[in-house]
Design a protein around this ligand. Structure first.
Ligand SMILES: C[S@@+](CC[C@H](N)C(=O)[O-])C[C@H]1O[C@@H](n2cnc3c(N)ncnc32)[C@H](O)[C@@H]1O
Length: 331
């Protein structure tokens, strides 16, 4: 465990020096490494040797090559997530942060501005894997205007608009994130159907004019009372029967033991103070408080996430009803 922590520090240092991406492209010589990282050759040699001793690099003659598994990770886009994790570890995802959170401290939902680009890239990649599953829900077919709340880079809105030609979407997020969203929407040539609105997750109302809403990887940013507040603002903007889709890591909603990814994500939500660890009854009760009623719960095996499909109700639904009967398995 202690060695793993030290190895991660060395990998992060290699990334900070700009070497990981370079090494994933091609093996480098000592001269290359010292030059690119702007460090003394003697220290560069020690750094490379210790990386090799710990299995991060392999030496081939006078070249140093990245370990195959790590190279595959870099090539598959793991660096933005590594950088975000590094920020979170310094900020709150550490023993001090977890203890503070257990004693009532709440981290703000925003990532440091310096890492918004990394988050945008990671979200776009995540959406490529999850959005096709969400888009298969039949509920989108007769919808006209989606509110994609804290919609990030817009990956979900983009795929839904591509699949449903009559659908328009507005992505609501921080201005810092919307700069990245604008590029993704322009690349998808959907500027005429996807609007972007600066929006504050913790207090802004959801504007009227929508007939469906998506909260993907959003509820885990907020504690229970803030989640209910947000769901209430969503409900206030929609009409009876309109669908609300929640998508997130939700260990405990699918039968069986949580996957390693879900179990690790639970540590994030503990450390940020949101305590987002809903079982079906708890999530159902939060939605019910906002007059939104769960229709189906679909664990996505491919992404280890869960899609909760819900609909706005008129009166207060029965808060004591169990939702366990409605879980479906999806591969
Ligand atoms: C984990 S990302 C999810 C993005 C997207 N929904 C998805 O699933 O890919 C959380 C999003 O919340 C946004 N966010 C965080 N704090 C916010 C705030 N105070 N107001 C508005 N958006 C916020 C972030 O910019 C980010 O896009």
């Amino acid at each position: 465990m202690i060695r793993a922590r030290k190895i991660l520090a060395m990998v992060e240092a290699a990334d900070k020096l700009g070497l990981l991406t370079e090494l994933a492209r091609q093996p480098l010589t000592l001269t290359d490494v010292a030059g690119r990282a702007e460090i003394d050759r003697g220290m560069a040699y020690k750094f490379l040797t210790i990386l090799a001793w710990n299995g991060i690099l392999m030496r081939k003659g006078d070249h140093w090559a990245l370990d195959g598994a790590l190279r595959a990770e870099v090539e598959s886009g793991a660096l933005p997530l590594l950088r975000i994790e590094g920020w979170a570890t310094r900020d709150h995802l550490n023993a001090f942060g977890i203890v503070a959170a257990l004693r009532g401290h709440r981290s703000p939902p925003e990532i440091d501005n310096h890492y918004v680009g990394a988050l945008a890239e990671a979200m776009l990649r995540g959406a490529r894997a999850s959005a096709p599953h969400l888009a298969r829900l039949p509920l989108w077919r007769d919808r006209a205007h989606l509110a994609d709340l804290a919609g990030g880079t817009g990956g979900y809105a983009i795929l839904l608009c591509r699949m449903y030609p009559h659908l328009r979407a507005t992505v609501y997020d921080r201005p810092e994130m919307l700069e990245h969203t604008a590029r993704a929407v322009a690349d998808a040539r959907l500027d005429d159907r996807i609007a972007l609105e600066p929006w504050e997750l913790r207090g802004d109302p959801v504007p009227a004019g929508h007939d469906c809403a998506l909260l993907s990887h959003v509820l885990h940013l907020l504690d229970a009372s803030a989640r209910v507040g947000l769901l209430g603002r969503v409900r206030a903007a929609l009409a009876e029967g309109d669908p609300v889709v929640v998508h997130d890591f939700m260990p405990g909603t699918a039968p069986g033991t949580p996957s390693p990814e879900e179990a690790a994500s639970a540590i994030d939500w503990l450390a940020n103070g949101s305590g987002f660890l809903p079982d079906l009854d708890e999530l159902g009760a939060e939605l019910a408080t906002a007059q939104i009623s769960v229709r189906s719960v679909t664990p996505l095996a491919a992404t280890r996430t869960t899609v909760v499909s819900a609909a706005c109700t008129r009166g207060l639904p029965d808060r004591h009803s169990s939702l366990n009967g409605s879980v479906e398995r999806k591969s």
